[in-house]
Write a protein that binds this ligand. Structure first.
Ligand code: IDP
Ligand code: MG
Length: 152
């Protein structure tokens, strides 16, 4: 069983729209464990590093402007196959195509305002977690409920 960690952002649109609780609740309710969480405002340098794969694309300017425009909530979630579970829970990048039942499919309309970020691979997760959190900010702790969420 792969216990993974993944970086999740409730983007500025989620915070401005009062959807932080709703979004966190969906992921928390799934059984994923919150091992780090903070409210922060990205500067241009961190936005660029986080989205380095998109630097130079036509939407990058708008994306960087949006993600730095207002605070966001950054968190690290841990659990079985956490990377894939979060990606599927978020839905397609474009909310128009995202399935109902997903975060973007239920709460979003526009690709440039799609509410949430989740790392797309365990390797990306490791890089992104290190960008957003210092080692001491990611906490290791036990939950007594864990055997009721995963079998082993
Ligand atoms: P992801 O967030 O589903 O992993 P990526 O392809 O990594 O999607 O793109 C990162 C973010 O850039 C998206 O979440 C979205 O906010 C924005 N984005 C991606 N493609 C477009 C586009 O074509 N127009 C506007 N924004 C885009
Ligand atoms: Mg991505």
């Amino acid at each position: 069983m792969a216990i993974e960690r993944t970086l999740v952002l409730v983007k500025p649109d989620g915070l401005q729209r009062g959807l932080v609780g709703a979004i966190v609740s969906r992921l928390e309710g799934r059984g994923l464990k919150i091992v780090a969480m903070k409210l922060m405002r990205l500067d241009a340098a961190l936005a660029r590093r986080h989205y380095e794969a998109h630097v130079g694309k036509p939407f990058f300017r708008g994306l960087a402007q949006f993600i730095t425009s207002s605070p966001l909530v950054a968190m690290v979630l841990e659990g079985k196959d956490a990377v894939e579970v979060v990606r599927r829970a978020m839905g397609d990048t474009d909310p128009v195509k995202a399935a109902p039942g997903t975060i973007r499919g239920d709460l979003g309309l526009d690709i440039g305002r799609n509410l949430v970020h989740g790392s797309d691979s365990p390797e990306a997760a490791e890089r992104e977690v290190a960008l957003f959190f210092q080692e001491g900010e990611v906490l290791d702790y036990r939950r007594d409920v864990d055997p009721w969420i995963t079998e082993s």
